[in-house]
Design a protein around this ligand. Structure first.
Ligand SMILES: Nc1nc2c(ncn2[C@@H]2O[C@H](COP(=O)(O)OP(=O)(O)OP(=O)(O)O)[C@@H](O)[C@H]2O)c(=O)[nH]1
Ligand SMILES: [Mg+2]
Ligand SMILES: [Zn+2]
Length: 288
């Protein structure tokens, strides 16, 4: 019997198969090998013993949060508490590109923010990069109807740091999901890590994954991956003169040409430089 893992709690997997939820263990040999089943996996359940026998090949696999077979990522960023961060947004977008998962941006807490110019600026920036931005309030439900279609038939992961409103968004869509909501601590300047585990919730023929927020430090990207997968660079970097171009001080760099022409927003490049500076090299480089 085929099913999908929708949750994992204390060694027990929740597997949904044809609308029925089973609480099962995985065969020992599976658990101990590298094919350890994770949330999102499509698995084969033994009909007699109700144990996970086999994990089907994955379309995608993320290490952070640990989840398989996603079809899209929604990058959740609040406008305030915590403030919107271009840097983090670009980091998450790069991460999505790296895993070949399409991404959209959702800005939350619009009820607490009235700087419309700033919202327009954010929208403009990402429009240039062909990335959709939606603005919502989980509190007043403004903008919510406009995003519901995004989830249809997709396996969607909500990703963003703690306190941005991932769980609140799920409850705003349907309060029956009853996800625990954390609070924002002004003293800490962040949320309080309310969601502890990854869970898939069925919605509109697909699933929505609620995930624990994690800090940007937890998401390590290599310089080379940034140079390859940073939004808007992926179609250009192969045209740079140097095959391992980092688009910083190299000559004949296609990325820098596009930035000079104004085709890539300046703020995107500033974030890129900052992320690249923080990142480490994957491969050893020769000094010239
Ligand atoms: N005013 C307002 N508050 C919001 C909105 N969305 C979320 N919040 C508040 O923000 C805080 C954090 O919300 P959560 O939904 O728990 O955030 P999360 O992203 O799931 O956080 P973690 O589970 O810790 O990763 C709570 O106090 C929510 O009530 C919104 O659109 N407007
Ligand atoms: Mg949460
Ligand atoms: Zn380059």
């Amino acid at each position: 019997m085929k099913g999908r893992i929708v949750g994992l709690n204390c060694g027990y997997y929740s597997v949904e198969s044809e609308g029925i939820l089973f609480k099962v263990k995985a065969r020992g040999a599976l658990r101990n090998k590298e094919v350890k089943p994770v949330v999102g996996d499509i698995v084969e359940l033994d009909d007699t013993f109700f144990i996970i026998n086999f994990v089907y090949p994955r379309d995608s696999y993320l290490k952070r949060p640990v989840i398989a077979n996603l079809s899209q990522m929604l990058i959740i960023q609040s406008l305030v508490e915590p403030d919107f961060s271009y840097l983090l947004t670009f980091k998450y977008l790069t991460y999505a590109n790296m895993h070949n998962i399409k991404a959209k941006i959702i800005l939350t807490k619009s009820d607490k923010y009235n700087e419309n110019d700033k919202i327009e600026e954010i929208k403009e920036t990402f429009k240039k990069l062909n990335i959709e931005v939606y603005v919502i309030s989980n509190k007043t439900k403004s903008g919510l109807e406009e995003i519901k279609h995004i989830f249809k038939d997709e396996v969607t992961c909500l990703i963003g740091q703690t306190g941005v409103g991932k769980s609140s968004l799920i409850n705003a869509i349907d309060e029956n999901y009853n996800r625990q909501i954390g609070e924002y601590s002004k003293a800490l300047g962040r949320g309080k890590h309310e969601t502890k585990e990854v869970i898939l919730l069925p919605y509109e023929g697909g699933y929505i994954a609620d995930t624990p927020g994690f800090s940007s430090l937890d998401l390590e990207l290599y310089k080379e991956d940034l140079a390859t997968y940073f939004p808007a660079f992926s179609s250009l970097y192969t045209e740079c003169y140097f095959s391992n171009c980092l688009h910083i001080s190299e000559k004949k760099c296609r990325v820098k040409e596009e930035i000079e022409k104004g085709n890539i927003p300046q703020i995107a490049y500033e974030c890129y430089l900052k992320l690249s500076e923080e990142a480490i090299y994957k491969n050893r480089r020769y000094q010239v």
